[in-house]
Structures are given as structure tokens and as C-alpha cells.
Ligand binder design. Structure first.
Ligand code: GLC
Length: 655
């Protein structure tokens, strides 16, 4: 095929056609259609600049809170089915950037602060998509960990931190599945823009991690198409004539050769052939199955953070609902990760009545359009006396608060992880009048609740659950479903609000001076108080761990296990986590690191055995001197845990 192309045609192939298609050379090759995004299909057109309305799924941070590989796989299949029906070949997802700061505006699109959890689950998302014949774009490679200045900031990161944290998540995904494409990030790393960074794209991604597929740029991330070609970037998105002129001039100057062009062209032709082959075999799953997958993801991704005196699930009695989010819930964030709403979704009151038509529930808005970045002129606090009367007369009040797609979105980071002070004051005011107060939090990333959490009886953290959100919340509030989410990111206290540590005076450089101490690796190692730790979540059920065993199988090979029993009568799911602590470290190592996890279903009174296979990867650190992984000899501890700060058992070993 390549021999039929002229040099100009080959150069044109290295640049997209328009915004969301690859070049077709006037029909000489098949065009590939791409579309965002991680929460559902988002393909802009003239009528819908924010994307054609489509079904919105629970966002990746909710999927991560589920800790459930099968659930994530099924979401991949579901969004791929929407792509099939709408005619797109590649989904520009999943985003796997590590949550270095809870302020990052796109955290809702990402999975975790931990590369193991993020990598394992993103691999399932990709397998689900690609098993339905829809390609993906694993993004954004790499270290795009904040939004404010992503287009021109250079993140200064030492090689060990890169390999153990920011590249690690990509390494884990690529060890399990080959994404059709990888998308490079906007930012620079150590002074070189990702799109033109041969050290990152070729030396690490291709040669070290073994990626053989197509690398695409983020939209507008290419600064010089010839430089990016030499860095082994294959397709520049979106189409700009300057890209072609860069290539033409560089070729004429001898800066690039036809051989270099052909290497990229061959990868693109192979992708076109792969897409053409899968096109005929694509069979979408049914829409009802997609809805069920989204609903299950929401139920399994919701995190019960507080439940004093088991106020949840709601018992019979009068229920008061407050807040406009009962009617206009936070389905998703903004930007490329957003999804335009298609059709109506039930209000929380309607959803509750669907489960229990006779339920005694009343809704009062009381407040609307209030969030940290809202325009005070648009904020509404209305009918206070009437609302507080209803609160006073009700057995339980449910307040829905949280964030929105104007607060958590692409190109912006949050200024604070607290709710607006008006909402905090309203919660305190309502708590004085309520018999019992349940707060439902719909945000895309960590919220510091310390100003009000002691005054409420229960907190259900939903995250951005997409179009099923109110059906899922209602089912959980009524106890039809047992929330089994566990936090995939630490909920810190905002006293440490300076999460983005500018390690230098320059506004164009952010030095990752914390090294590998990111997320719980920082809070846990430095003994910093947090609101809720990584891996934390309550349940309507109660689980007991026992019968801990360890068996050595070979060098660095162990099987550790325990029994987990649901000692309640309620069916539920438990997430068993395994962390590894290096005792004799010559390196600055975190106090412990997640290495294995399993989610198990346990009916009431049921007991199951959980076992983890321990192998070399559990002990490895990165050696910058031989540019490879190595295992420091000495003592280690293998920790079975409910969350990073709740250790059930410690196995002591030496390697
Ligand atoms: C955006 C995002 C990227 C998205 C792409 C296409 O700027 O960074 O995640 O897939 O452009 O919309």
C-alpha cells in the first residue's frame, strides 16, 4: 500500500483531516472517525459544539471507586456499543493521569492517585472497548496532572518518580493490553514538550514499554510536526496546514528522511487495516444491558463515608429532599470528558417513588446554582422558612450538594476542595432543624467536609454517576442496594490546600519535589491527617477477616490469603487490599504501596477465601543507573488491609 502513495500523500497522512478524523487522501485510504470521551460519546458538530447528546456513564473516578475489574470492562463494552451505533471507530479514552492534586479539574476523568489501581482498571476499560471492535486512545502521556497551564508548563520529574508513578500506570496497562492508540499530553516534561519528546515517546513508551501502535497528539499539542515525527508521534490532531508545511520544509532541508516518514506511515496504515477489519464484526450490546452496566457501576462506585447509628438505609417515615441537584444532578464534568444530556433523567423524588410508590417524600429546592465558582448573581436561596418547616416535620432530611461541570472541567483546576461557604452554612443551618440529616455529595474529586461532617448523620459520596445517578442514589438510600465503593483517591483536609507544590519560582515550571510521595504515599508516609484515607468506604454489611496464611512458592513468590466473612444479614461486596512495605530501603520509599486488590461478593453470613499471588513486581524499585527495575534485598511486610490505614494482618518476610 505504501508504495502507491506519493511523498506528499504520505506527509498528509501524518496529519488529521479536520477535527476528529484521520486523513483519507481523497478516498485512497479509509478514514478513521474518533470521538471523546471517558464518560460517554462526545462528538461535537455545528449544532452541538459540546457534543451530540448521548448516554452518560459513571465517570472513571466512580469506576475506580468500584475497584471492580468486571464492572469497568462492561462499561468499556457499553461505551463502545454507543460508538458503534453512532459510527465512530476510536474512543478517545481512558484518561489515566495520576491524581497528584485533588484540585485538578479533570480528576473526574481519571482513575486514581495510585498507578496500580488506575492501570489495572484502565486495562479492563480498554479490553471492554476493543473486544467490541472499537479502538481507544490511552491518554495523556504523560504527567498531565493539572489543567491551569497544561499547554505551556514543564513538569520537572526525576526519572525514578516518572517510572514508579507517572509512567507506571501506562506500563501496567501496556503489560495487559495493546491500545489502538496512545495520546501524548500537552505539557512538557523536564523541558521538552511531550509531542516532541523522543525520550518519552520513543525511548520509554516504544522501546522500554514495548508499545508498537500509533501515537496521536492531543488536540493542538504539536509545536513542530517534523520534530514530533522524529520523536515518533504518528498523527497530529487536529488538522493544521502548518503541520504539512513543517514536514515539507524539514524534508527539503534534509532534517527528516522518507524512511522516517515511512515508519510512521506504516503504523498508520496498519491501524487503518485493523480498524477496517474490526468494522464488519462490531456487534453492540443492547441498550438495556448498557443501562444495567451503568447502574451497577454507580452502585458499586458510590462510597458510604459516614452512617451514624445506621441512619441509612432509610426506614419508613417522612423524608425531606433539599437542593436543586435533586432535580439537576451532577452527571459529569465539563470539557472533553463531558457528555451532553440526551432526554430526561428522573429527579431523586421520582426515583424514590419508582421503588416505593407510597413513600412519604417531599422536595423543597431551598438552594440552587451555588458552587465555589458560581456567579453570586445566579445563586438562589429561597423559601427558607417553608423549607426549614419541612425539615423540622420530617424524620430524615436528605441534602444533595456537590460540584458541577463548570467547576470540574478541562483547562481549569479548582481553587479549593471545599464546598462553597454558603452551602457549608446551609448544611449547618439545616442540621440544627433536622431530626436526621443525610448529605449526598456529587463531585468529581475529593471534597474537604471537615467544616460540617460532625453535624450530619450520614454522608454518601456518589461522584459523577452519569444518567443513572438518581436511580442509583434512590436504590442505595432505600437499601435496595448496598454501596460498595472504596475511595480511589485520598480525601485530604484543605489545610494542605497547596497541593500543587510549585517547586520553583518560575511560573512555567512545576518541580515534582515530592517525588514518589503522591496521594496516600505522601499522607501515609508523613503521618498527615486526612479526612478519609485511600481505600476507605463503609457498607450496610459488616465483614470479619480471619485465618491469615502465607506460603512461600519460590524466589519472590508467595501466596498470602485470608478468610473474609460477611457477619451481617445484608448481601454486600468487600474490597480486600494488599500493600507492601519495604523495611530496609536505600531509597526514599513510601510507607506502603498498593500491590494487589480483589473485590468479592459476600451474601449475608457467607465466608470466602481470598488469596493473592505475590511476585517480583511487588518488591521492585526503579534503578535510574541501569534504567531498569531492581529488587533491594532485605525485609518487607505484606499487609492485608481494608484501606491504607486499616491493616488487618502483616506478614513479615525477607528477600
Ligand atoms: C482535549 C483533551 C483530550 C481530548 C481531545 C479531543 O483537549 O485534552 O483529552 O480527547 O482534546 O477533544
Amino acid at each position: 500500500m505504501i508504495n502507491t502513495l506519493s511523498l506528499e500523500e504520505k506527509m498528509r497522512l501524518l496529519i488529521a483531516k479536520g477535527g476528529f478524523s484521520t486523513q483519507d487522501l481523497n478516498g485512497k485510504v479509509s478514514k478513521i472517525e474518533v470521538s471523546d470521551g471517558p464518560c460517554g460519546v462526545r462528538r461535537p458538530n455545528d449544532e452541538y459544539p459540546n457534543g451530540i447528546p448521548s448516554f452518560c456513564y459513571p465517570a472513571p473516578h466512580v469506576l475506580a471507586n468500584s475497584w471492580d475489574r468486571e464492572i469497568v470492562y462492561k462499561i468499556g463494552q457499553s461505551i463502545a456499543s454507543d460508538c458503534i451505533e453512532q459510527g465512530y471507530d476510536i474512543l478517545l479514552a481512558p484518561g489515566v493521569n495520576i491524581k497528584r492534586t485533588p484540585l485538578c479539574g479533570r480528576n473526574f476523568e481519571y482513575f486514581s492517585e495510585d498507578p496500580i489501581l488506575a492501570g489495572e482498571l484502565a486495562a479492563e476499560y480498554i479490553k471492554g472497548c476493543q473486544d467490541k471492535g472499537i479502538g481507544v486512545s490511552l491518554k495523556h502521556f504523560c504527567a498531565n496532572n493539572s489543567e491551569w497551564d497544561r499547554l505551556w508548563i514543564s513538569n520537572e520529574i526525576d526519572l525514578r518518580t516518572l517510572r514508579e508513578i507517572y509512567v507506571k500506570v501506562f506500563e501496567i496497562v501496556l503489560s495487559k493490553v495493546e491500545p489502538y492508540t496512545v495520546m501524548c499530553a500537552y505539557n512538557a516534561v523536564n523541558g521538552v514538550n511531550c509531542a516532541e519528546n523522543k525520550g518519552l515517546l520513543n525511548d520509554i513508551l516504544r522501546e522500554r514499554l514495548g508499545y508498537k501502535g500509533v501515537i496521536v497528539s492531543d488536540w493542538g499539542a504539536v509545536h513542530n510536526r517534523a520534530e514530533s515525527l522524529k520523536a515518533s508521534l504518528d498523527i497530529m490532531f487536529f488538522e493544521e496546514e502548518s503541520g504539512y508545511l513543517d514536514l515539507k520544509r524539514a524534508y527539503e532541508d534534509g532534517f527528516i528522511t522518507e524512511e522516517e516518514i515511512d515508519v510512521s506511515v506504516n503504523r498508520i496504515l496498519a491501524l487503518i487495516e485493523k480498524v477496517s477489519k474490526t468494522k464488519e464484526k462490531r456487534i453492540p450490546i443492547s441498550t438495556s444491558e448498557r443501562y444495567e452496566n451503568a447502574f451497577n457501576a454507580a452502585i458499586n462506585g458510590m462510597v458510604l463515608l459516614k452512617n451514624k447509628d445506621n441512619v441509612l438505609p432509610l426506614q419508613s417515615g417522612k423524608i425531606c429532599l433539599l437542593g436543586d441537584m435533586c432535580v439537576n444532578p451532577a452527571r459529569c464534568g465539563g470539557g472533553a470528558g463531558g457528555v451532553s444530556q440526551k432526554g430526561e433523567i428522573p429527579s431523586l423524588k421520582q426515583a424514590l417513588k419508582k421503588y416505593l410508590p407510597q413513600i412519604d417524600v417531599e422536595y423543597e429546592m431551598l438552594y440552587a446554582n451555588i458552587c465555589p465558582t458560581s456567579n453570586p448573581a445566579n445563586e438562589q436561596i429561597t423559601n427558607i422558612p417553608k423549607a426549614l418547616d419541612l425539615v423540622y416535620d420530617s424524620d430524615v432530611t436528605v441534602m444533595v450538594v456537590g460540584s458541577s461541570s463548570i467547576v470540574e472541567t478541562e483547562s481549569y483546576d479548582r481553587a479549593s476542595i471545599r464546598l462553597s461557604d454558603k452551602i457549608e452554612k446551609l448544611i449547618l443551618e439545616v442540621s440544627k432543624n433536622a431530626n436526621k440529616l443525610v448529605v449526598v455529595v456529587e463531585s468529581g474529586s475529593a471534597i474537604d467536609m471537615s467544616a460540617w461532617i460532625d453535624c450530619v448523620d450520614a454522608v454518601l459520596y456518589t461522584g459523577f454517576c452519569g444518567d443513572v445517578i438518581n436511580d442509583a442514589i434512590a436504590g442505595v438510600l432505600l437499601g435496595k442496594y448496598n454501596p460498595s465503593g472504596r475511595l480511589s483517591e485520598t480525601f485530604p483536609l484543605s489545610k494542605d490546600n497547596d497541593f500543587i507544590k510549585k517547586g520553583t519560582d518560575s511560573i512555567r515550571v512545576d518541580r515534582y519535589s515530592e517525588g514518589c510521595l503522591v496521594g496516600y504515599r505522601y499522607y501515609d508516609t508523613k503521618g498527615v491527617d486526612v479526612l478519609f484515607p485511600f481505600g476507605y468506604g463503609l457498607s450496610y454489611a459488616e465483614y470479619k477477616y480471619s485465618n491469615f496464611t502465607i506460603e512461600e512458592k519460590g524466589e519472590y513468590e508467595y501466596v498470602v490469603g485470608c478468610d473474609v466473612e460477611n457477619v451481617s444479614n445484608k448481601d454486600g461486596d468487600e474490597v480486600v487490599q494488599l500493600y507492601v512495605r519495604q523495611i530496609d530501603h536505600v531509597l526514599e520509599k513510601p510507607n506502603k504501596e498498593l500491590k494487589r486488590f480483589k473485590k468479592i461478593k459476600l451474601n449475608g453470613k457467607e465466608k470466602k477465601r481470598v488469596e493473592f499471588n505475590i511476585s517480583k513486581d511487588c518488591f521492585e524499585s526503579f534503578n535510574v543507573w541501569n534504567n531498569d527495575w531492581f529488587i533491594p534485598k532485605g525485609r518487607y511486610e505484606l499487609l492485608i488491609a481494608r484501606n491504607v490505614r486499616d491493616i488487618e494482618h502483616c506478614y513479615k518476610i525477607k528477600v
